[in-house]
Write a protein that binds this ligand. Structure first.
Ligand SMILES: Nc1ncnc2c1ncn2[C@@H]1O[C@H](COP(=O)(O)OP(=O)(O)OP(=O)(O)O)[C@@H](O)[C@H]1O
Ligand SMILES: [Mg+2]
Length: 263
């Protein structure tokens, strides 16, 4: 998105607002009453993509904000069968293109013209979708990805039947730290050896505690194991997990963790 003059900005907000009203009147935006968040996330193009996605069966209603991050917002949604879904919407304007570019380059799965910022974000979201799929299909507990289009990704909602999202491990430390630790190491091993991916931003912030089962999220930056920065990212993931579990009372050295993952 280009920087808009105050005038144009006003007009754009106007358009977004009226588009939101349209969506709301079709009962697709029940619950997303926070206009500030809404107009911040839903630029015109994003609204169009939401419309298109509402024809896939995976998204009937957006029903509240789960998280407002730096680059993306995560919403709770309902699909055509009234099941909860998680809808991650990247904001083009506040995305870190340099970082995205850095991680996309060197990944043989992606060949993309890097001139256009919107295009970079779309590739990034597609990368997150494909990483999730690859992890999921290899037995790593991640949210099941359903569909992605442009800057929007729809995936399995991790939470209870009433629609409360699971807390992160940071917010809800494990009741049985040793068990939780072993499960996470097992998933890191599967991710590395079977899915052939390195997460690259793994820590207690990006693992949900779903009834004492770890669910790994936020996998957009993950790279294939033969990516030039894979080794560096794996070391960082290992150090983070070692450090976070030290706080939970499980002591391990990075060396021990590395052996469990790689050997
Ligand atoms: N599938 C999901 N089910 C339930 N909650 C989710 C799901 N995915 C993400 N969340 C919630 O949204 C938050 C942000 O998700 P995520 O980490 O993928 O985005 P992010 O862009 O890294 O945001 P942040 O900058 O806040 O870390 C998570 O901490 C979690 O609370
Ligand atoms: Mg995160």
């Amino acid at each position: 998105m280009v920087e808009l003059s105050a005038d144009k900005k006003d007009k754009t907000f106007h358009e977004v607002d009226s588009a939101l009203e349209r969506l709301k009147s079709e009962k697709r935006l029940k619950g997303v009453e926070d206009r500030r968040v809404a107009s911040e996330v839903f630029d015109k193009r994003t609204l169009e993509v939401l419309y298109k996605l509402s024809n896939t069966g995976y998204l009937a209603i957006l029903d509240g904000v789960i998280s407002t991050g730096k680059e993306a917002n995560v919403f709770k949604g309902l699909d055509d069968n009234d099941n909860f879904v998680a809808v991650k919407i990247y904001r083009i304007a506040t995305s870190d293109f340099r970082k995205m570019q850095y991680y996309i380059q060197g990944d043989p799965r992606f060949k993309v013209k890097m001139s256009n910022k919107r295009q970079i974000v779309h590739t990034w979201v597609n990368k997150e979708f494909r990483n999730l799929k690859r992890a999921y299909e290899n037995g790593v507990r991640v949210p099941k990805p359903f569909v992605s289009r442009e800057n929007i990704l729809i995936m399995e909602f991790i939470g209870d039947i009433e629609g409360n999202p699971a807390p992160t491990l940071r917010e809800a430390p494990p009741l049985y730290p040793e068990e939780m630790f072993n499960k996470i190491i097992y998933y890191m091993r599967l991710l590395y050896r079977e899915a052939r991916l390195v997460h690259g931003d793994l820590s207690a912030f990006n693992i949900l505690n779903f009834d004492e089962e770890p669910v790994i999220i936020d996998i957009s930056q993950a790279v294939v194991v033969d990516h030039p920065i894979a080794g560096e990212l794996l070391e960082r993931d290992i150090r983070n997990i070692s450090r976070d579990f030290k706080r939970f009372g499980v002591s391990s050295t990075p060396q021990e963790i590395r052996e469990k993952i790689i050997d």
